[in-house]
Design a protein around this ligand. Structure first.
Ligand code: ADP
Length: 319
């Protein structure tokens, strides 16, 4: 292993820079060169890269986003385009590729490896925590902290005005962010794609709590289940008190990574290089019971990570 490529791809997540730093430094101390390609698979197709030395990745751990930038490159689904990417990597003398990204990025990597024989290793970066074979993906913890911070602030104003706030958070197919942040701030309810919503009983619960003296209500909605506007319409008809809507949007992707994400990113970045040095290719690095594990990307992609329904019950009991 003499030279490796590195990309961040798909949706950005806080902590990606900490992975870039860990991969680069772990490789450089083993005399492996690192080429960081810009904008995910687009940089490989355009041969747009930067050579990273040890000092080039100083001072980036604490920065949100990704210095390599990221992009969605739909044409990568076309086999001839992947062949071009593989040819470019071979031209540049790249022996293997580290891919930091979500399921889509890992799918691209798996195909690059299956069809073109490029050795790859994946590092899970996704704020949705929807990637199997890892307890946590990079960026999840920071995102949860950001959302909790905002929800807590909304709770203050909700109490002052005795209002109900309907807050829409990210999660196209997974209610993870809504559920965990709802649990962490004691939301009245979380509305998630995994579970159908019974608006009558939710409205009744909100009324009961008002009668018991609760002066604020926060309902957290995952974007993939319903829009906050739809939820507000359903509830206002039933509860008869004012609601306010907040859509958090891209604020959820930004910010300096938390301690947890910095540590996870540092460990996973280092492990990805170890895996390449040891010749264990086409695996994704994951976290399981605080140990790092390597799982074939194929196996990771074949499994859908499901929500822990016990936590749904817990959120209901405690709110
Ligand atoms: P994420 O990696 O965060 O899940 P996307 O699903 O947008 O984000 O995927 C990121 C990129 O990975 C895409 O823009 C594309 O370049 C590549 N990719 C995604 N799905 C595939 C696929 N089925 N085949 C080949 N490449 C893919």
């Amino acid at each position: 292993m003499k030279r490796i490529g590195l990309i961040t791809s798909g949706g950005d997540a806080p902590g990606m820079n900490a992975v870039i730093r860990a991969v680069t430094r772990s490789a450089v101390v083993e005399n492996i060169e690192v080429y960081g390609f810009l904008r995910g698979y687009a940089g490989i197709l355009d041969k747009d890269y930067k050579k990273f030395n040890y000092s080039d990745v100083g001072g980036i751990m604490e920065r949100g986003g990704t210095i390599l930038r990221t992009a969605r490159v739909p044409e990568f689904k076309v086999p001839e385009v992947r062949k071009k990417a593989a040819d470019n990597l071979k031209d540049l003398g790249i022996d293997a590729l580290v891919i930091i990204g979500g399921e889509g990025s890992l799918t691209g990597g798996k195909l690059l490896s299956d069809e073109q024989g490029i050795p790859v290793v994946g590092v899970p970066g996704s704020i949705d925590n929807d990637i199997a074979y890892t307890d946590m993906s990079i960026g999840v913890d920071t995102c949860l902290n950001t959302v909790i911070d905002v929800l807590q602030k909304l709770k203050d104003t909700a109490s002052s005005h005795e209002r109900a706030f309907i807050v829409e958070v990210m999660g196209r197919t997974s209610g993870y962010i809504a559920l965990m942040t709802g649990l962490a701030i004691g939301a009245e309810a979380v509305i998630i794609p995994e579970i159908p919503t019974d608006y009558d009983s939710l409205a009744e619960k909100m009324w009961e709590e008002r009668k018991r003296g609760k002066i604020n209500s926060i309902v957290v909605v995952a974007e993939g289940s319903a829009s906050a506007y739809t939820v507000a319409r359903h509830l206002e008809n039933r509860i008869g008190f004012e609601t306010r809507i907040t859509i958090l949007g891209h604020i959820q992707r930004g910010g300096s990574p938390s301690a947890f994400d910095r540590i996870l990113a540092s460990r996973m970045g280092n492990e990805s290089v170890k895996s390449l040095i040891e010749g264990e290719f086409n695996v994704m690095i994951g976290l399981s019971r605080n140990d790092l594990i390597r799982t074939p990307i194929e196996k990771v992609l074949a499994e859908k990570k499901s929500l822990d329904l016990e936590i749904v019950k817990l959120a209901n009991i405690l709110s």
